[in-house]
Write a protein that binds this ligand. Structure first.
Ligand SMILES: Nc1ncnc2c1ncn2[C@@H]1O[C@H](COP(=O)(O)OP(=O)(O)OP(=O)(O)O)[C@@H](O)[C@H]1O
Length: 275
């Protein structure tokens, strides 16, 4: 029996005559940690919408946890997918206490009213906040947090329902260097935890890939350009093809970096004109 958590088979998404995704086939299996990379407009958010069961394909089939979308109650499946994405899920109210912002996810609500939560749920929320370095923030108002703190609290919130698949949409975007590194350190630890759910992290930048990611998917123009084990996919040739510019790629201690290839002046001029 297949251990696929998510499977897309020849998926197209078409809007107003435009292919947002074209002939995308992709399988995410138990134990894997994926990164999805691609330039602006490549179709990454559309892919996450599909993966979270929020969007049906125009053509092709999607299976989540072995259930084909369209044949099962979507709400049951969505509960098993944690999502951290400003494009896909609403954020808690500014006035919400941080601990409440996490614990309310267990009830799929935003904003605590006067409902009573079990101690076990409050303890779980506190543990998740600790895991993401936010223990001391538990009584603060969500709206008073820095961008980096907010992102870590939202990851804790997404894990409250103990999801089997976690989708992270550009978790490091907008963070300063210190906050980015603090987040990546937490995500690296998380990736190494065998009890952590299967994860898919979307990014524009190889520098924002935590150590421990096992697989990579490159998308451009709604199409898959490469997919597979991270070392085979995150090469200079494949990333240059995906982003449409000549790139040098290096990896040190499991972290990637990419920069425009340093070539002869005439080549650099041609590249900057193209960029
Ligand atoms: N309803 C729509 N009709 C037509 N085109 C659309 C529609 N929705 C999205 N698009 C286009 O589909 C493409 C893919 O969008 P998507 O948001 O999935 O890309 P992305 O890779 O997440 O981009 P970014 O990195 O900039 O967030 C974009 O060019 C976008 O403009």
């Amino acid at each position: 029996m297949s251990d696929a958590v998510l499977r897309l088979d020849h998926v197209n998404v078409v809007r107003d005559g435009t292919f947002l995704l074209r002939d995308v086939s992709w399988e995410v299996s138990a134990g894997q940690r994926w990164v999805v990379l691609g330039p602006n407009g490549a179709g990454k958010t559309t892919l996450l919408q599909i993966a979270s069961g929020r969007l049906f394909p125009t053509a092709g089939s999607v299976e989540l946890f072995g259930h084909r979308l369209g044949t099962v109650n979507l709400l049951d499946l969505r509960y098993r997918v944690g999502v951290v994405s400003p494009a896909l899920v609403e954020t808690p109210p500014r006035e919400e206490r941080v601990l409440d912002a996490v614990v309310t996810a267990g009830w799929s609500v935003l904003g605590r009213a006067d409902e009573e939560y079990d101690q076990v749920d409050l303890d779980r929320a506190a543990t998740l906040l600790t895991q993401f370095g936010c223990r001391e923030l538990r009584d603060r108002r969500f709206g008073t947090l820095s961008e980096g703190e907010r992102k870590r609290v939202l990851i804790a919130r997404s894990l409250m329902t103990d999801p089997e698949l976690l989708l992270l949409d550009e978790p490091a975007s907008g963070l300063d260097l210190g906050a980015r590194e603090a987040l990546l350190r937490r995500l690296t630890r998380f990736a190494a935890d065998p009890a952590a759910p299967v994860s898919v992290l979307v990014s524009h930048h190889v520098e924002e890939i935590p150590v421990g990611v096992t697989h990579a998917l490159l998308v451009r123009g709604g199409q898959v350009r490469a997919a597979g084990p991270v070392a085979e996919v995150l090469t200079a040739a494949r990333l240059s093809d995906c982003f449409g510019i000549p790139l040098d790629v290096s990896v040190a201690a499991g972290r990637y970096s990419a920069r425009l290839t340093a070539g002869p002046p005439s080549r650099r001029r041609a590249v900057s004109a193209a960029v």
